[in-house]
Ligand binder design. Sequence first.
Ligand SMILES: [Fe+2]
Ligand SMILES: [Fe+2]
Length: 309
Amino acid sequence: MRQGTCNLTGWKVTGIILATLIAVVSYLVPDSRLADHHAAIMLGSFLTVLLLCAWLLKDLTGVVQDQKDQMERLMGTNLALTSLIDLKDHYTEGHSRNVRDLARGFAAYLTVPPRQVEQISLAAQLHDIGKIGIPDAILAKPSRLTDEEYAEIKKHPDLGADAIQHIPDYEDIVRIIRHHHERFDGRGYPEGLAGTEIPTGSRLISLADTYDALIHGRAYRQAMSTMDAIREMQAERGGQFDPDMFDHFIRFLSTGANTHSCDDPVCGMPVAGADPELSVSYNHRNYFFCSRTCLVEFTRHPDKYSDSS
Ligand SMILES: [Fe+2]
Ligand SMILES: [Fe+2]
């Protein structure tokens, strides 16, 4: 279906170029064989260009809508998978979403290219999906794990990566998930990668993952304050964490950029350094959006933002 549309679009672009050439030639070469029908040819050519431009625009609008629909379906699938992880492990309920928001905001703060931000966001949301394959008794154990139990837990990056490896275009996401428990000093798992051998997304998610785990309670320990969490993580600068990335992460946390989510209910992504120009007052409330796309969405569907929602 997509292939057919692309071929049609290519044909229309060729048509526009040919019709434009005929119009220009008929205008510039009055003594050519075209001169007899000079005005008619010019008018016909320009009308053809206009018609083809309109068709082309319609095609492109369809492509953009298809991509948007595909992204929404993908997000829906990811949300469903994430809910399964949360159901499986009550102590980490919301962890996947928190890590996604934090990692996405941090990636945007680092001015990572938009496509990579999307990949990191999806990988962060699914990073612990392999825990579905770990026995409940181990995941929810309130006391210290035995060596055998810890060996089971350490399987979850590979289990998760293997589970989603056949989704088209997910190669980079699979790799990020597989290596989210590697350590910068090479003492992590599953492969003991070190330094920049570890994918950028994995090093980034490692920071967001650890920070979120520390500031929320677990079966085996109390939640920490944000300052205590940062102090604890500082001890792993250059050990578990990429030192440069760690420094940026602390600066990112201090900006407060991770404290607000986009008010488009379909989006909900973090607003990195909320731009005051994008704040909108509606029904006596202030709204913030992560992008102009979401702002436009707001202006088109204001009913989504009623006070009762
Ligand atoms: Fe994990
Ligand atoms: Fe995690």
